[in-house]
Ligand binder design. Structure first.
Ligand code: SF4
Length: 407
């Protein structure tokens, strides 16, 4: 498919095999295998962002990484390099369907019920091997979570699997509907995707299904599940800094402001982690990276070093209460510099959640925020307790937007 044709497609997501045109060049999304990049892969990605892109790297809300500003004539070089790292799928459709978020402390956290990575790997294999599933919309997402200290069970996904006791709870859309055995979990997720495809028509996500079709999907799935009496958390835990996990296991959580890390920063972070004996970087849907540390002293050193290179390691940092999409000039849909305003606002004292969106699409946040500023013809629509799609109460310029924090 040509890039021009790709742009015309509705509801598609960028990949490495099908990068998406944006205001600052092509955007190539790289999906980690099983939620983590090895340090070699992370070093290689920083290098590619520097050499073939504009040096900006974004972490996404689907726990992927995006290289920005790739020039069209360098796409072949990028794909060849990703293939050499083993990070390229067989074709663009298989890549688009590999939307699997994995609990970021899988296999590390002693409190998790079980290491769910084998389920995720089986799911990757099943999705790739069944051509019928290659028609899944690229927004259709899976979630695999082992429980424990850092759970992603509250994140939005179309099919969710979560360790619960000795079984695996199964969710479709926002509802946990039953459970299955560990051995059967990946196959059940694939069956849910297959059943969705049978009734989806123009819907890209389970939550877009009308009630009668959701009921149809639900009853098809119930036939292959055991009863499940609920009791799972609905909100993800998102700790930063040093995480004492118990049983002498320690990890650190490191966030990048607005999910953006520069290639040079990533190079420096990888060098620090390498020296500390870390093996990989785990990605989360809230765009915080998690790393296992050898011990508490090492974890404290990592937190200090990450802070020194401009990353966020403190839950109380006000920048974490602001979501801001890339905005102009990076995104063609925006007429405002969202990140510039976000940085200015982050210097102020406030305790509200703020969403600054370049346009009404609201890519950076789907949940409501207390204050939402939505770009429109170079100014901002003001929404209170709503989303980027809500009707603004008035339109202000950037200076007036900053003053809104005073009232
Ligand atoms: S919200 Fe609009 S301006 Fe911001 S990244 Fe998404 S499409 Fe672009």
């Amino acid at each position: 498919m040509s890039l021009a044709a790709a742009i015309k497609m509705r509801g598609w997501c960028p990949g490495s095999l099908r990068p998406m045109p944006s205001g600052d060049g092509l955007l190539a999304r790289v999906r980690p295998w099983c939620g983590a990049f090895s340090l070699d892969e992370a070093r290689g990605l920083a290098d590619l962002a520097e050499r073939l892109g504009n040096g900006h790297i974004d972490f996404t809300r689907r726990a992927n990484l995006q290289i920005r500003g790739v020039r069209e004539e360098r796409v072949g070089d990028l794909q060849a390099a990703l293939a050499a790292f083993g990070l390229l799928d067989r074709d663009a459709q298989i890549e688009a369907g590999r939307n699997i978020m994995v609990g970021p402390l899988a296999g590390i956290d002693p409190v998790e019920r079980l290491d769910v990575r084998p389920i995720a790997r089986t799911l990757v294999r099943l999705l790739a091997s069944d051509a019928a599933l290659h028609d899944l919309p690229s927004k259709f997402a899976f979630l695999v979570d082992g429980g424990g200290r850092v759970s992603i069970a509250g994140e939005r996904a179309d099919v969710s699997l979560r360790a619960a006791g000795s079984a695996i709870a199964v969710g479709i859309g926002a509802e946990w509907i039953g459970s299955t055995s560990l051995d059967n979990a990946a196959r059940v997720a694939v069956e849910a995707a297959r059943a969705f495809l049978g009734i989806a028509r123009n819907c890209n996500r389970v939550r877009e299904l009308p009630a009668d079709r959701f009921a149809e999907l639900r009853s098809a799935m119930l036939a292959m599940l055991r009863p499940f009496d609920g009791g799972l958390p609905s909100v993800s835990t998102r700790p930063l800094g040093v995480l004492a996990l118990g049983a002498e296991k320690v990890a650190v959580g490191i966030a990048a402001p607005f999910g953006r890390i520069e290639a040079q920063q990533l190079h420096r972070l990888v060098a620090i982690l390498d020296k500390a004996g870390a093996s990989d970087i785990r990605l989360s849907p809230w765009r915080t990276l998690y790393v296992e540390a050898r011990d508490r002293v090492t974890a404290c050193m990592l937190v200090e070093a990450a802070d020194a290179i401009g990353l966020v390691v403190d839950d109380a940092n006000p920048i974490l209460r602001i979501d801001a999409c890339p905005g102009a000039p990076a995104c063609r849909s925006s007429s405002v510099d969202t990140r510039d305003l976000a940085v200015l606002l982050a210097r102020r004292k406030f305790d509200r959640t703020i969403h600054i969106s370049g346009c009404a699409k609201g890519c950076a946040r789907s949940e409501p925020a207390e204050l939402v500023l939505v770009g429109e013809h170079g100014r901002y629509g003001v929404v209170r307790n709503g989303t980027a799609r809500s009707m603004p109460e008035r339109i202000v310029d950037a200076g007036q937007a900053r003053a809104l924090l005073d009232v």
